[in-house]
Design a protein around this ligand. Structure first.
Ligand code: NAD
Length: 356
């Protein structure tokens, strides 16, 4: 297959980790006979420095034309001035909005080799494999917000329309069908009218088009507890913007390191945006010590969700497992033991992907 992938390295460790994901994708292309055209474009702080804009029009145009977009991370102390006209993170918000990326997918998988890195007991987290679908462009973060004239009262409104709920529930239900067949919808229907609407619409979608799924609803406060006490019981979880924001950050602690977790943001059509969940880690930038595996796993998600290349995606995920089996660890997952550099880790993954 021929595919075009835009690489947005961004700031801090972004260029170092995206370089390793690029090498992984090159190895996939060589092994499976694909042609991936990969071009780099500026975003974030570097783009502000060069163009005065965290998302230059030329970057946005290239992204619109691509099959998939792979992002490193944006931001850093250089661009933290609160009086600045714009900030690196504005580039991220703009690209999500411009491309209509309404679904944020965050897989939470614990690697058996790293269970000791988790703050939770191994018997609780061993084997956790959850795929979160967080609604990304609606809900309270985008609802009407106001402050009273006397400054004593403020409000933010959570609104969801039927189509907004239907499209994210459908994506999550499709994914559940391809996994273990279980779907959990999380809401706060005992208190919020908007959640009662969410629950009704989600139930309609599932009973009409996905009756084969094992479907359950869980209140968000209970879900916060279940994630820590019985995370293995969940397969695909779908929820709104704010609940998803909080629950996915809670869940990201299960595997123990930010450096292992990828995410994807998808729209109804057009390219998906794939990135690690961590930031630009300015404290370790330029030292060749960052963990590239989250970004490499984000590239695997791009192969699966945007290019429909399931075998290739699994090959990358297996290669990551193999390097962990071999005992390779960057500093963040080494627990004080011996470490490898960013590029050594990327080398090892690319070699396994290439089958050499
Ligand atoms: P961060 O995720 O960049 O770093 C938190 C800690 O984790 C740091 O100690 C860092 O060294 C470590 N870390 C992160 N990724 C790592 C990796 N791959 N390998 C090894 N260690 C890793 O969060 P922060 O320090 O709060 O933010 C730094 C900058 O990143 C800020 O400017 C913030 O706005 C930005 N940020 C960007 C994104 C994004 O681009 N999507 C997300 C979060 C934060």
């Amino acid at each position: 297959m021929k595919a075009s992938i835009v690489l947005l390295p961004g700031d801090g460790i972004g260029p170092e980790i995206v370089r390793e994901a690029w090498r992984t994708l090159e190895a996939v292309a060589a092994r499976f006979g694909h042609v991936f055209t990969m071009e780099e474009r500026p975003i974030g702080g570097g783009a502000i420095d060069a163009f005065g804009d965290p998302l230059p029009q030329s970057t946005l145009d290239a992204c619109r034309d691509a099959d998939a977009i792979l992002l490193g991370a944006v931001g850093g102390p250089k661009w933290d001035d609160p009086n600045a006209k714009t900030r690196p993170e504005a580039g991220l918000l703009s690209i999500r909005k411009e491309l209509g990326l309404f679904a944020n997918l965050r897989p939470i998988t614990t690697h058996r080799q790293l269970v000791a890195a988790s703050p939770l007991r191994p018997d609780i987290i061993d084997g956790v494999d959850i795929l979160f679908f967080r609604e990304l462009t609606g809900g309270i973060y985008f609802g009407k917000s106001e402050r009273s004239d006397d400054g004593l009262t403020a409000s933010s409104t959570m609104t969801y329309s039927t189509p907004e709920i239907e499209r994210i529930v459908r994506l999550a239900a499709d994914a559940a069908r391809g996994r273990r067949g279980k779907l959990t919808s999380v809401d706060k229907a005992n208190v919020l009218e908007v959640s009662r609407h969410w629950r009704r619409v989600a139930a309609d979608v599932v009973s009409t088009d996905y009756p084969d799924l094992d479907y359950e609803v869980v209140l968000v406060d209970a879900m916060a507890m279940h994630l820590l006490s019985r995370p293995r019981d969940f397969d695909v979880v779908v929820t709104g913007n704010m609940f998803g924001d909080i629950l996915t950050d809670e869940a990201s602690m299960l595997p123990g390191s930010l450096g292992m977790l990828p995410s994807a943001s998808l729209g109804s059509d057009g390219p998906g945006l794939y990135e690690p969940i961590h930031g630009s880690a300015p404290d370790i930038a330029g030292k060749n010590v960052a963990n590239p595996l989250a970004t490499i796993l984000a590239a695997a998600m791009a192969l699966r969700h945007s290019l429909n290349l399931e075998i290739e995606a699994s090959t990358v995920e297996t290669a990551v497992d193999q390097v962990l089996d071999d005992g390779l660890r960057t500093g963040d997952i080494a627990a004080g033991g011996p470490t490898v550099s960013t590029s050594e880790m990327g080398d090892a993954v690319a070699r396994y992907v290439a089958g050499t």
